[in-house]
Write a protein of this length. Structure first.
Lengths: 182, 102
C-alpha cells in the first residue's frame, strides 16, 4: 500500500515535471515560460524528496523556485513587451537538425539506461535515516568538501560583482542622458 | 526502496535534458534560452541525486547543491547581460548578435 502511494506521487510529479518542462520551451509568452519553470522546479523537489534528498529538495524550493525565479520574473516584468522575440530562429534545416539532435541524444541516453536497468542501476545501497538530512550534508560540507564550499562562495561573489559591473551605466550613456535632460 | 527504481529517475532526467537542448537550439529570445539552460542544469541535478541514492553516498547531493550555486551565478550574469542589451536598445534576439561570429 505504501509502495503504491509512493508510485502515485512519483508519477504525478514526473508527469508535472515533463509537462511543465515542455511548456517552458514551447510557450510564446516569456512570463508563462518562467511560471512553468517554477512548477518544473517544484515537481523536481518532490522527486528529490522521494530519492531521499531532503536538504536538496528544501534548497531547491528556497533558492531556485524562490530567489532565482523571482529575479527572472523581475527582469521579464522590467522588459515588458520587448521580451517577446520571434518564436524560433534559423532556417528550416537548422530547426529540423535541432529537433533531431535533441531526440537522438534522448534515444541514446534512454537505451543506455535501459541496458543497465534491472541490473547495476537497480541495486540500491542501504541507507540510514540520516541520509540527505541537513546535519549530514552540513557535516560533509565542513569536512570532506570544505574546498568546494569555499570555492562556491568565491563563484557567487564573482557573479555578484559581474552583475554590478554589467548593470553599471557607462560614461557615454550618462552623457547621453544628461544631454537629453538639458 | 519505495516507489520506482533509480532508472526511472534517470529517464526523467534524460527527457528533461533533451527538452532543454531543444529549447536552447530552437528559441530566439535570450530569456527563454536561459530558462532552457536551467532545465538542463536541473536534469543533471536529478541524475546526481538519483545516483547519490543508488550508491548510498552523499557526494552526489553535495554536487547538486554546488550546481545550484553555479546556476544562481549564471542567472545573475545572464540576466545582467539581457538587461544591458535592453538598455542599449538592441533587439532581444540571439540570432542578431553576430559580431563575434567567425
Amino acid at each position: 500500500m505504501e509502495n503504491f502511494l509512493v508510485w502515485v506521487i512519483w508519477l504525478v510529479a514526473a508527469a508535472a515535471c515533463i509537462g511543465t518542462g515542455l511548456r517552458v520551451v514551447t510557450a510564446s509568452n516569456p512570463f508563462s515560460s518562467a511560471l512553468s519553470l517554477i512548477g518544473n522546479l517544484a515537481s523536481l523537489a518532490v522527486l528529490y524528496l522521494l530519492a531521499s534528498g531532503e536538504f536538496v529538495a528544501a534548497a531547491q524550493v528556497l533558492v531556485y523556485a524562490g530567489a532565482v525565479m523571482v529575479m527572472f520574473l523581475f527582469v521579464i516584468a522590467y522588459l515588458g513587451g520587448r521580451a517577446d522575440a520571434p518564436w524560433a530562429g534559423g532556417t528550416r534545416l537548422f530547426q529540423t537538425a535541432s529537433v533531431i539532435t535533441a531526440a537522438s541524444l534522448l534515444a541514446v541516453t534512454l537505451v543506455a539506461i535501459m541496458l543497465d536497468a534491472g541490473d547495476r542501476l537497480s541495486d540500491e545501497a542501504e541507507i540510514t535515516r540520516a541520509f540527505g538530512s541537513p546535519a549530514e550534508i552540513g557535516r560533509l560540507f565542513l569536512t570532506d568538501h570544505l574546498l568546494a564550499f569555499e570555492i562556491t562562495s568565491i563563484v557567487l561573489l564573482v557573479a555578484a560583482v559581474g552583475g554590478v559591473v554589467l548593470g553599471m551605466r557607462s560614461e557615454e550613456e550618462a552623457l547621453a542622458d544628461a544631454e537629453e535632460a538639458a | 526502496m519505495l516507489g520506482p527504481d533509480i532508472p526511472w529517475y534517470l529517464a526523467i532526467s534524460a527527457i528533461l535534458f533533451a527538452t532543454g537542448i531543444a529549447g536552447v537550439l530552437l528559441r530566439r529570445s535570450p530569456l527563454i534560452v536561459l530558462l532552457s539552460l536551467e532545465i538542463m542544469l536541473n536534469a543533471a541535478n536529478l541524475a546526481f541525486v538519483g545516483f547519490s541514492r543508488l550508491f548510498g553516498e552523499l557526494d552526489g547531493q553535495i554536487f547538486a547543491l554546488a550546481v545550484m550555486a553555479v546556476a544562481a551565478s549564471e542567472v545573475c550574469v545572464g540576466l545582467g547581460l539581457i538587461v544591458a542589451m535592453a538598455r542599449r536598445n538592441l533587439a532581444l534576439d540571439v540570432d542578431s548578435f553576430t559580431e563575434l561570429r567567425g
